[in-house]
Every structure is written in structure tokens, then in C-alpha cells.
Design a protein around this ligand. Structure first.
Ligand SMILES: Nc1ncnc2c1ncn2[C@@H]1O[C@H](COP(=O)(O)OP(=O)(O)O)[C@@H](O)[C@H]1O
Ligand SMILES: [Mg+2]
Length: 593
């Protein structure tokens, strides 16, 4: 029976209605004669409050509201990858068209291509017992990603029929399962999941592997684990978007979910134009073959922006459940929080700090809690992870505001973008004094075994040199450079070398845009090797100016540009040259390295 209510009041994206019997929180509804998509966000007696995901101009009191009986859900199945959606998973074909055939193919109003036939390999046979999360079939979704079709939530039992046809659409039955209650259910490749509810898993696992990003300051100084959570706050123009793009391009995740949330339309267009051209460095395949974009620009309805991060993380969880490492970027969570604030004020809720609703902190925490490493459901559980990186754009770069503060309470990695560094064109403008990672212990073993036995020591040494630099610069500021000893002057120079030749990394340089972690470590090791010699030279009374104008310093400054196939050999030569040039000045090769 159709449940119909009547609109009583309209306030921007928020609509009130009466008479919708049996209405539930977060139920999806169709609003007005045009049947706009909405969601119930408050039920009070006979009255419901609805947020509407489309423009409400022209809507009038008295028009109908239809209950769907379903929660606002994401549609999950093969065909998600490569799609560009709005906040409630409607494909954005007009944007898609702009980026060529790859995306526009088969795109209808439905979230997934419904007519496309997928070549499915069935992994079960009649008589098998299966439970929620078991893989019943696989299909090659893109050249690099195998889509694993799982027994949907809430279902288990015995396979009683397998569809022998091997080319199936997402709506075709793959198997029939007889449940313990004796009911026979038909399983196809698509199902729905309510976006506001985290998908189930067996248990959480501790993170043990880094998400390698190819960005030196991140991979070596402030690393994030696969399954980890990071925030990247910064004022306007400090490089949040460039960094999020870098991560989406280079991070060694299997699947990328990129949520462009409330940022200017032209920025999003840029992503949409650039992404399809980019190639995965490991596979040489187009990056869109592992990417799902959710675009909600500032000119789209505010409620859809609020929903976008839930849609995004639900899709991320779905691929995690298949056993993949997923990385989700949200740019920016501040725009999402502003959407919350706007809706809250329309609801005339009691405002909290800076007008944000009192539940802002809880909402932020709930979102980041959906990240992590998990053991999935299923009789042969897989391990999957979701890493989340949220950009935060505080007004004027002031980190004391509520969105930044509440985010910092839940994330474990903090990349503090710095207006001053950006102004000096030191990019990435991540402030090394304010940033941190809490994954050092969790990833220690990995780094020492897989990257370099002394990885954490190099890191510590470099960070302490930079801290020392800050102290010395303060002295210079107060009493002038003459107050420094040669040993201290050497520290200033080596710290400059770390900053300029190691930390600075251009996102737009053909080679430097991505730095393999082995190369990052070799680069840092080389600078520290130079430092050791330089300290010896200073002890011998050689001038700091002379040391830092050795010919090899030019080569050190160009290490970042060394191509991937030769850097190892070239950097080894640079190290030999360091030994040679210092020994020519009477400083013998360092011992005990
Ligand atoms: N890693 C980087 N390498 C080179 N340039 C960068 C880098 N990060 C930021 N920039 C420069 O800073 C500008 C602003 O960055 P953007 O990410 O758009 O800032 P935000 O999103 O924080 O407002 C970019 O257009 C670019 O010129
Ligand atoms: Mg930006």
C-alpha cells in the first residue's frame, strides 16, 4: 500500500509533512509532484521533517510526499568503478561526457549499468553451504579489478541452483539459496545498503602496513597505515586539493573513492578531466580503472553534499568487504560540516560552537570510525581496509575552529598545512614541526623489514635536525647569525638541504610527482651521509660555506629528478662522490655507517 503524506512547510532543502503513517528515521521519500528525492531526518508525532536532495524551488505546501519504506541506500554491484556520482549516487552523465567514452558508456539514470552483461565465473555449486560475505562469483570489473560478488547481508543457506549462463546482467539471478527457514532466495550481482549504517565485518585488525603515497614527507615522516585515518587541514591555497589528488593518483591502494565535497565546480571539473588521463604507475593502466568519483560542488544542493560522504564510505566498505585496500579522500569535510550546519539551523536546533550542531563531533567521529583494517564476513574471511584522508578547510587557516578540532580528536595522522610555507612556495606545505603520525609503533616492523633496517633512525635524525634548526633560527632572529658556532651553522645548512632537496616535492614534475619509498630513503640517507662528513670537516676547521658549495651538493639537489630506473645506481655514485670530495679536503671516509 502506498503511504502518502502532505507537505506543510518548505524551508530551503528542509520540508515538513504530515500524515505519512509509519514513517521511520532516514527513510527515503519522494517529495512533491516532481517526486524529488528526500530523506526523513526527524519524526515527531504525525509530522516528519525531510531533507531534500534536489532543488526545492517551485515546491508548494499541499503537495504529496510518498514513503518508500526503504532507507537512503547505495546500490552496490559491478560497474561502480569509473563512475562519477553526485552525493546520492546519481551518475553525472553531463560531466562524464566531458571526459569521454570510458565513463559515458552505458550510463543511465540508474547508479549501475543495468543492461551490461558481465562475464561471471561462478565459484559455488549446488549443495554448497554459504553465508553472508561468501563469494559466489567473480567478474572482471576493469582490467585490474576483479569484482567479487558476495552473498548479500542477512542471507545464508544451501545453494539449490546455479545459473549456467556465464554472461549476466547485474539483475540476473546467479544462484538460488535455500535458507534454513526453507525460503528460496534469488541472488543477483547487485544489492542495496543503507548509507548511514556501517557495513558489517567479523572483527577489526590492527594496522600493520603503510599506505605508500609516493610523497616523501608523508612516506618517511608522517606516514599513514593502510586502514588509517589522516586529516589535512589548511587555509585557502595551501595545497589540500593538490595533495588529495596526489594521494588519489599514487597511493598504493586497490580502490580509490574520491569525494569532491562542496568545493568550487571548476576544481572538480579539473579532477574529472585529469583523472581519466592518468596512468597507474604499477600497472600502466588508466587510474579510473580503480577510481570512483563523487562530485558535489558548491552549486549543488546542500543536503546531497551532506549525504555524499556516507555514499562514498559505503562504496568503500563494499570493496573492503571483497578484500581490497581502499583509500578514500574527502575534499573538504569542512564543506560537509557546513551542510550539516545549514540543515541544523533550518531545523531550528540549538546551535553549538560557531553555529555547528551539538552532534558535529559525534558525526565526525562516526565517519572516521568506518575506516580500519577488518577481517570480513564469510566462511573464508578476507582482510580488507579503508584508509581515510579528510581535508579540512578552516577559515583563515585557524585550526582552533570546531571542525578541525573535532577531526584532530579522532584521526591518527595530522598533516598541518602552513600558509607561510605555501607563500614561500615550499610544497607540499606540510609543517614538519606541527604534523605528526601515531602509526610509528604499528609500522615499525614493516619499515625495518621491508624498507630499511634503520628507517626510523633516519627519520628521527632528520626530524631532530629540523627541530634544532627551528631553535637556531630563533637565536639568529634575536641575536643575529654571528652568535652561531660553525657546528650550528652546519646544522642550519644541512636542515636547509633536508627541506629543499628532500621535503620539497613538486606535484607537477614528471618524475618528482611520485617518489618510490626506497628512493625517498636513499635520498635522506645520502643527505645524512653528507651531514656526517660535514660535521667532521667543521671539526677540522673547514668553513661551512666551503663545505656546502662542494660540487656534489648540486647533484644532491637534483636527486629528486633521477628517473625510477637509474636512481639506485646514481645515488650510489653520489655517495661515492661525497666520500671523494671530502677526502680531497682532508676528511677521511666516515666509519661505522
Ligand atoms: N605539491 C605541490 N607541488 C607544487 N605545487 C603545489 C603543490 N601543492 C600545492 N601547490 C600549489 O598551490 C596551489 C594551491 O593548491 P590547492 O591544493 O588548490 O590549495 P587548497 O585546496 O588548499 O585551497 C596549487 O595550484 C599549486 O600551484
Ligand atoms: Mg582545494
Amino acid at each position: 500500500m502506498e503511504r502518502i503524506g502532505k507537505i506543510t512547510e518548505i524551508s530551503g532543502p528542509v520540508v515538513k509533512a504530515v500524515g505519512l503513517h509509519g514513517a521511520k528515521m532516514y527513510e527515503a521519500v519522494r517529495v512533491g509532484e516532481e517526486e524529488l528525492i528526500g530523506e526523513i531526518i526527524l519524526v515527531r508525532g504525525n509530522e516528519v521533517t525531510i531533507q531534500v536532495y534536489e532543488r526545492t524551488e517551485g515546491l508548494r505546501p499541499g503537495e504529496k510526499v510518498i514513503g518508500t519504506g526503504e532507507m537512503l541506500s547505495a546500490t552496490l554491484g559491478p560497474g561502480l568503478i569509473g563512475m562519477i556520482y553526485d552525493g546520492i549516487q546519481r551518475p553525472l552523465p553531463e560531466i562524464a561526457k566531458a571526459v569521454g567514452d570510458f565513463i559515458s558508456r552505458g550510463v543511465e539514470a540508474t547508479p549501475l549499468p543495468m543492461d551490461k552483461k558481465w562475464k561471471m565465473k561462478k565459484l559455488v555449486k549446488v549443495g554448497d553451504r554459504v553465508e553472508e560475505g561468501d563469494i559466489i562469483a567473480v567478474t572482471q570489473e576493469t582490467k585490474t579489478i576483479e569484482h567479487r560478488i558476495m552473498v548479500p547481508p542477512g542471507i545464508r543457506g544451501k545453494i539449490v541452483e546455479v545459473n549456467e549462463e556465464d554472461k549476466l546482467t547485474v539483475k540476473d539471478t546467479i544462484v538460488k539459496i535455500k535458507t534454513p527457514e526453507g525460503k528460496v532466495v534469488e541472488i543477483c550481482a547487485v544489492h542495496k545498503w543503507p548509507v548511514r549504517r556501517p557495513r558489517r565485518f567479523k572483527r577489526r585488525l590492527p594496522p600493520t602496513t603503510p599506505l605508500i603515497t609516493g610523497q616523501r614527507i608523508i612516506d618517511v615522516f608522517f606516514f599513514i597505515a593502510k586502514g588509517g585515518v589522516a586529516a589535512i587541514p589548511g587555509g585557502f591555497g595551501t595545497g589540500k586539493t593538490v595533495m588529495q589528488h596526489q594521494l588519489a593518483q599514487w597511493a598504493d591502494a586497490d580502490i580509490i573513492v574520491y569525494i569532491g565535497c562542496g568545493e568550487r565546480g571548476n576544481e572538480m571539473t579539473e579532477v574529472l578531466e585529469r583523472f581519466p588521463e592518468l596512468k597507474d604507475p604499477r600497472t600502466g593502466r588508466p587510474l579510473m580503472e580503480r577510481t570512483i568519483l563523487i562530485a558535489n560542488t558548491s552549486n549543488m544542493p546542500v543536503a546531497a553534499r551532506e549525504a555524499s560522504i556516507y555514499t562514498g564510505i559505503t562504496i568503500a566498505e563494499y570493496y573492503r568487504d571483497m578484500g581490497y585496500d581502499v583509500a578514500l579522500m574527502a575534499d573538504s569535510t569542512s564543506r560537509w560540516a557546513e551542510a550539516l550546519r545549514e540543515i541544523s539551523s533550518r531545523l531550528e536546533e540549538m546551535p553549538g560552537e560557531e553555529g555547528y550542531p551539538a552532534y558535529l563531533a559525534a558525526k565526525i567521529a562516526e565517519f572516521y570510525e568506518r575506516a580500519g583494517v577488518v577481517e570480513t564476513l564469510g566462511s573464508k574471511p578476507r582482510v580488507g581496509s579503508i584508509s581515510v584522508v579528510g581535508a579540512v578547510s578552516p577559515q583563515g587557516g585557524d585550526f582552533s575552529e570546531p571542525v578541525t578540532q573535532n577531526t584532530l580528536r579522532v584521526v591518527k595522522v595530522f598533516w598541518a598545512l602552513d600558509t607561510e610555507l605555501a607563500y614561500r612556495r615550499h610544497f607540499p606545505a606540510i609543517n614538519w614541526m606541527r604534523s605528526y603520525t601515531l602509526y610509528t609503533e604499528a609500522l615499525k616492523k614493516y619499515f625495518e623489514e621491508k624498507v630499511d633496517r634503520n628507517f626510523l633512525e633516519y627519520r628521527k635524525k632528520a626530524l631532530s635536525l629540523l627541530a634544532k634548526e627551528a631553535e637556531l633560527l630563533e637565536i639568529v632572529r634575536v641575536v643575529g647569525p654571528d652568535a652561531l658556532s660553525p657546528r650550528e651553522k652546519e646544522i642550519l645548512e644541512i636542515a636547509r638541504m633536508i627541506r629543499e632537496d628532500f621535503l620539497m616535492q613538486s606535484a607537477f614534475h614528471e618524475i618528482d610527482t611520485y617518489c618510490p619509498i626506497k628512493k625517498s630513503v636513499l635520498m635522506l640517507k645520502t643527505i645524512l651521509h653528507f651531514h656526517k662528513h660535514a660535521m667532521e670537516a667543521v671539526k677540522k676547521g673547514i668553513g661551512v660555506d666551503k663545505i656546502f658549495s662542494l660540487p656534489v651538493t648540486v647533484k644532491i639537489s637534483r636527486m629528486k629528478e633521477l628517473p625510477y630506473d637509474v636512481y639506485e645506481k646514481e645515488i650510489a655514485l653520489i655517495n661515492e662522490e661525497i666520500d671523494k670530495e671530502f677526502s680531497e679536503m682532508g676528511v677521511p671516509t666516515c666509519i661505522g655507517e
